[in-house]
Write a protein of this length. Structure first.
Length: 119
């Protein structure tokens, strides 16, 4: 596993931190998620998506259904990024963002992180 990049976005006191990795197996995904959960123990959500040659996965991690895991997965697919994991850590700022702002915040943070790396 190799951390390729990270980026941050803030809206209404909620902070989104994207981590973009090169991975070789789903075991690496589990290890990365465990480490990030320890590092960001006060974060409310850690949704993610990954794409490997033979498997894939995604999670909204408690956010409203399909507001982050599926869009992150679709981003990896659309850009044809195999052997990649994107995790976006969210610190809740006290103000609900609504599904539209939530989805855009996750996607914008992830896309910025990926774009900086893949150029």
């Amino acid at each position: 596993m190799k951390l390729l990049n990270q980026s941050m976005y803030e809206i209404k006191k909620s902070k989104f931190i994207a981590y973009y990795y090169e991975i070789e197996s789903s075991d690496e995904v589990k290890s990365i998620l465990t480490d990030l959960k320890k590092e960001h123990s006060k974060a409310k959500h850690l949704p993610y998506a990954y794409l490997l040659n033979n498997t894939a996965g995604k999670s909204d991690d408690g956010e409203p259904s399909n507001t982050c895991g599926l869009p992150l997965f679709n981003l990896l697919e659309r850009k044809k990024l195999t052997n990649r994991l994107i995790v976006v850590v969210r610190y809740f700022g006290g103000t609900k963002l609504g599904a539209g702002n939530l989805l855009r915040s996750y996607l914008n943070t992830a896309n910025e992180c990926i774009t900086k790396t893949e150029q």
